[in-house]
Design a protein around this ligand. Sequence first.
Ligand SMILES: NC(=O)C1=CN([C@@H]2O[C@H](COP(=O)(O)OP(=O)(O)OC[C@H]3O[C@@H](n4cnc5c(N)ncnc54)[C@H](O)[C@@H]3O)[C@@H](O)[C@H]2O)C=CC1
Ligand SMILES: CC(=O)C(C)=O
Length: 259
Amino acid sequence: MSVQGKVALVTGGGQGIGRGIALRLAKDGADIALVDISRDALTTVAGEIEATGRRVTTFVADVGDRDQMRAAIDHAEQELGGFDIIVNNAGIAQVQPISAVTPAEVERIFRVNIQGVLWGIQAAADKFIALSRKGKIINACSIAGHEGYALLGVYSATKFAVRALTQAAAKEYASRGITVNAYCPGVVGTDMWVEIDRRFAEITGASKGETYRKFVDGIALGRAETPDDVASLVSYLAGPDSDYMTGQAILIDGGMVYR
Ligand SMILES: NC(=O)C1=CN([C@@H]2O[C@H](COP(=O)(O)OP(=O)(O)OC[C@H]3O[C@@H](n4cnc5c(N)ncnc54)[C@H](O)[C@@H]3O)[C@@H](O)[C@H]2O)C=CC1
Ligand SMILES: CC(=O)C(C)=O
């Protein structure tokens, strides 16, 4: 119950890792503001959160739009009576050899994965300061934020950028008592990996499921990660036990990348 009575906003909360994080924080005692571009997905997860007994509100927003992120945070505060934690989880993948990447593709992924995190940090910190709260900012990074992967070069660049933003924001907001950290999962069996596997197959001729299996074979603990594995770390980063930690991008990957 480390976040009992707190208000937590989770972006990309409509499925996958974001859903897992939102459910875990609700079970830990937080009220949840769910943000996603998909209204249908939000409705389903909101029902699951209500079943935990915590309050939940939903807001359809594109994290790459600064005004929409500010509106989402205002909505969370108005509906749930406060604002304490933001999990900037929403992200998209892109599988493409560097030789074939187009400007439009770069703009699309930078907008969601970098600007989405940046606007989330900025709007959340402004709100924490306005409310005089020592908030927690938690960003989605990846093993790809510690190591560049072939065919995932631009995606990897966005996750390296998340680490940079996490470190810089930690330094800028430390005097306000706001902490900023990131979680770096490995291979989590969500829709994102279905799409990554499909694109690897298209580009390399690998069979369906082959790329996913190869990545999972590289995990020391011998199995793919689940959203609940990721949510355990986020639960810690959201709660008081991590109060003395800031600017960190923590690998939770079953043993894939060692830094
Ligand atoms: N699945 C994996 O193996 C890993 C995922 N990650 C990161 O974890 C985060 C979540 O990934 P998954 O749950 O696997 O992805 P997912 O594709 O299963 O779910 C992403 C969610 O974000 C939402 N979303 C996408 N663009 C959005 C936007 N512009 N505004 C608001 N919501 C938006 C989608 O509608 C969806 O509900 C991402 O940042 C991803 O890069 C990091 C390492 C590994
Ligand atoms: C999706 C992702 O971050 C990887 C590298 O699996």
